[in-house]
Ligand binder design. Sequence first.
Ligand code: DOR
Ligand code: ZN
Length: 354
Amino acid sequence: MNPSLERLVLRQPDDWHVHLRDGAMLESVVESTARVFRRAIVMPNLQPPIMSIGGALDYKKRILEALPFGIEFTPLMTAFLSESLSPDVLEQGFEEGVFTAAKLYPFNATTNSDCGVSDLRSIDSLLETMERIDMPLLIHGEVIDSDVDVFDRESVFIDRHLIPLLSRYEGLRVVLEHITTEQAVEFVETSSFRLAATITPHHLHINRNAMFSGGLRSDFYCLPLAKREHHRLALRRAATSGKPCFFLGTDSAPHPRAAKESSCGCAGIFNAAYALESYAEVFEQEGKLSRLEAFASEYGPSFYGLPLNSNKITLTKKPQLVPEAFQLAKDSSVCDSLVPFHAGEILNWRFVSN
Ligand code: DOR
Ligand code: ZN
């Protein structure tokens, strides 16, 4: 790849954190991810969550059936950790290649996490199993304790839960998902190779002001919340640092517009439609385009112990206007739209092919 050119040819990337949903929403969004990314770690927070081998296989089948003809895409399934999940199921699902990883949602920390974990000690047997079989643990790293300010939820999680957890399970491989703070960046880069972090496009572009610019802007409401500017700058440095512990995970999390704009609006930003262009913009602004390929296509598979993709994709430097909204699938029971991240903005890069 030559960073000075108007055209970037990259090894095809993967998305190491995405919400594809189900039903009509799945049909509306899956192409956005699958046309660009060769594989994706699919989050299990459906309602009910994915907690069985059969449930994961059925969901994977629905994802593959929703793909447009001719697209090659592999969904990598995850198990939703809860007190009621049996270690044997987790182990069998991993050994059979059904589950690639398991996701820890603290109870009620975010969308569809009411089956999440209240007390980490209650899933010790699951974590022991994961450590023994070398199954990656993916963490939504936030506390929801009422004594903690919402903007401190991630840094407090690291102190109260992540540090003790890593010292209890010294062999466990962990991904701290969608990091948003300078503390998380520093913690991950100074930890051992068994800890990594994904970084979303939105946390690289916006700080917390975006949620309140000119009014209450639900399009920018996601969890973990975007933080102060110095945190965003730390994330940009981390993503473009060339350190293998930071890799691409969009956390694209679509919600119909009406669900986001209600009095109790949903958290989540739908960024899949322009995710790679969005990352490219950041890497270019930071003068680090030559590091985009490793962040997007190499460090993730290396962490997961999976082969790198062999095919290439191309981005060209042709500005494009991001639409204000997409109509959701015609047969959708919710006749509604989906607002993409960067709606109404011009992005300089354009994905052209694979
Ligand atoms: O903003 C978010 N939306 N953060 C999450 O952790 C979950 C996600 C969702 O599922 O909507
Ligand atoms: Zn997520």
